[in-house]
Design a protein around this ligand. Structure first.
Ligand code: ADP
Length: 583
């Protein structure tokens, strides 16, 4: 039997609920036959004068009573059906959205490197919506219709198998047409999804680049990729509708031919004297009534084919291995050691692609260590390996003698604070954006951190102070203000290891001074790793690690390295000279 639980990626509860929904829908369908049967009985009674018989009014009143009772039963069945089908399926879809989001949170960064955001959004929202729709509107109705039609078919066959055969003979033929088109439809809908993804990618790129497009006065030609993507999406949608529509309409026509066939067989049997007029008329009414749900089934089936593609994508996502580690081994020492570490962003590629090559260095605890070197030499990569955003390919990164690979990434993260160049702010209040550093912090602590990070002044000048909503990614704040907010966050977290991407290069002197002040408060008594771009600012560091093309070039204090007359001394000299430049 087809495994719906597997196919729809349902939880045990979701599968149980689906079975209940099918049962509830079947009961509703069967209850709907009650008023129908009563109507037929009334109809037969009303036809009696044609047979020279009298209408029994007692029976008519009785039937009227039955009609009322059956209406109440239909109402109760539908209410139960609504609860079992819709409420539970939305609950299941909510659970599946949450579990996909949870999974994404635990995936290694290498996964995000190869995926773009619009694909992930489609995964979470659209695919879960498809499952939701299939669970609430398709499977229960489809199964219930199939069950009730079979029951009606058997009952009719017991009454008159020849008439029953003429009513139902077209159903399997029409069904074959729909099933035969399954592959074509699946192929087309896969292409349609691809076109949609491409279009949403292009729209995103267009919106992100709109400032540059305006600033550079670019015209229509720059939008041609977006135009093409949107045109392709329209073309695929029309093609899909046309093909699906052709098959569904074809199947419906075949099915409707059953009405003519029933009338023909009925009349033939009536003239031959092997069926009475009233039963024949009843079959005519039934044939029209029964084809309604079958026609609905035919339009639902293609959607059922489509859901398989959606769950295929979700299944691929759920199969990506998450980063694991033993939960909560408490770290007590903060010295960081790189032992023969090699790492490349694209693991499958050859050794030539390695960004870090056989690197062995030590970063002492409770001290400031600077990472320096030409752009692209691997400084940021080293900080990402310490935080286990990525796992090394060879060798190991140890904190206090414990390999970070054995630690649960979320637990490891609790020991680290980051201040990076690109600050991520959420569309929330200023207060909540700082509190993200430590959700347990009191209001007092949040304010204290904001003061220490020199944020208090600019926050007070905002229209609603700490309660001011920041726009998407804090676009209403200046670069320096965003940076100080992220320092306030880090201060609040008060983690023993601080990773700093020295980001003051592009700021004005006033902002720079404030940020330096905030940073010195943040790093007090911590194990600090600074990614340094301007060597002047880190000359007081306890240790300087100089990198070149992913290898250790030299290490030591500023004085030692200057005396060495190596790469550091050369870089330092070049930067000093450039300071004297003016325009
Ligand atoms: P630095 O911080 O010293 O400027 P990075 O560590 O950022 O250097 O980068 C080192 C190399 O790794 C560069 O060649 C860069 O192009 C590459 N790189 C950085 N991030 C990624 C990534 N997410 N995917 C692939 N390559 C990357």
């Amino acid at each position: 039997m087809y495994n719906w639980k597997e196919s729809l990626m349902l939880t045990d509860k979701g599968y149980k609920d689906l079975k209940k929904a099918v049962a509830a829908c079947t009961i509703t369908n069967l209850s709907l036959m009650l008023p129908f049967t009563v109507t037929i009985q009334i109809f037969a009674e009303l036809l009696k004068p044609m047979m020279a018989q009298e209408i029994s009014w007692t029976k008519m009143w009785f039937l009227f009573g039955c009609g009322l009772i059956s209406a109440v039963l239909v109402f109760l069945a539908s209410k139960n059906d609504y609860k079992k089908t819709y409420v539970t399926s939305y609950l299941e879809a909510e659970n599946s959205r949450i579990s996909v989001a949870e999974r994404i949170r635990k995936l290694p960064m290498s996964f995000f490197n190869s995926k773009d955001l619009s694909e992930l959004t489609t995964n979470i929202m659209a695919d879960c919506s498809t499952t939701e729709h299939v669970l609430s509107h398709i499977i229960p109705q489809l199964s219930a219709n199939a069950i009730s039609i079979t029951i009606i078919c058997v009952m009719m066959a017991l009454f008159d198998w020849r008439m029953a055969l003429s009513v139902f003979i077209t159903v399997p033929v029409a069904l074959l047409v729909i099933l035969g088109s399954k592959k074509t439809q699946a192929r087309l809908s896969e292409k349609q999804v691809e076109a949609k993804l491409k279009a949403s990618d292009q729209v995103q790129e267009y919106l992100e680049g709109i400032k540059v497009i305006k600033a550079c006065g670019l015209d229509g030609s720059k939008f041609s990729a977006l135009d093409d993507a949107l045109r392709l999406m329209k073309k695929m949608a029309i093609k899909m509708e046309f093909i699906t529509g052709t098959f569904v309409t074809g199947a419906q026509m075949i099915l409707q031919a059953g009405v003519g066939l029933t009338v023909f067989v009925g009349t033939y049997l009536l003239t031959g004297g092997s069926i009475e007029l009233i039963p024949m008329l009843m079959f005519f009414v039934i044939v029209v009534r029964i084809y309604g749900p079958v026609l609905v089934e035919f339009t639902l089936l293609p959607e059922l084919f489509y859901h398989r593609i959606a769950t295929k994508r979700m299944r691929t996502l759920m199969a990506v291995p998450v980063m694991e580690g033993e939960g909560v081994k408490p770290l007590t020492h903060w010295n960081i050691d790189f032992e023969n570490v090699s790492f490349g962003y694209n693991v499958d590629k050859s050794r030539e692609d390695k960004v870090i090559k056989n690197l062995s260095v030590s970063i002492p605890s409770d001290a400031i260590t600077a990472l320096v070197g030409p752009s692209g030499c691997g400084k940021s990569t080293i900080s990402r390996l310490i935080a286990r955003f990525w796992d090394v390919n060879e060798g190991s990164v140890k904190i206090g003698g414990i390999d970070v690979k054995t630690l649960d990434p979320e637990h490891l993260m609790s020991y680290m604070s980051f201040v990076f160049q690109d600050v991520v702010l959420f569309n929330d209040t200023v207060y909540n954006n700082i509190r993200i550093g430590n959700m347990e912090a009191t209001e007092e602590q949040v304010m204290e951190a904001a003061k220490a990070a020199c944020c208090d002044e600019f926050i007070s000048a905002l229209p609603q102070g700490y309660e001011t909503m920041l726009g998407e990614n804090g676009s209403t704040l200046s670069g320096g203000e965003r940076q100080r907010l992220s320092i306030a966050r880090a201060l609040l977290k008060n983690a023993p290891i601080v990773l700093l991407d020295e980001a003051t290069a592009s700021l004005d002197p006033e902002n720079e001074a404030l940020i330096q002040q905030a940073i010195s408060r943040l790093i007090e008594g911590k194990t600090v790793i600074v990614i340094a771009h301007r060597l002047r600012t880190i000359s007081g560091a306890d240790k300087i690690i100089v990198l070149q093309e992913g290898r250790l070039a030299e290490e030591g204090t500023h004085e030692e390295l200057m005396n060495n007359k190596g790469l550091y001394e050369r870089l330092y000299r070049i930067q000093q000279e450039s300071l004297g430049w003016s325009v």
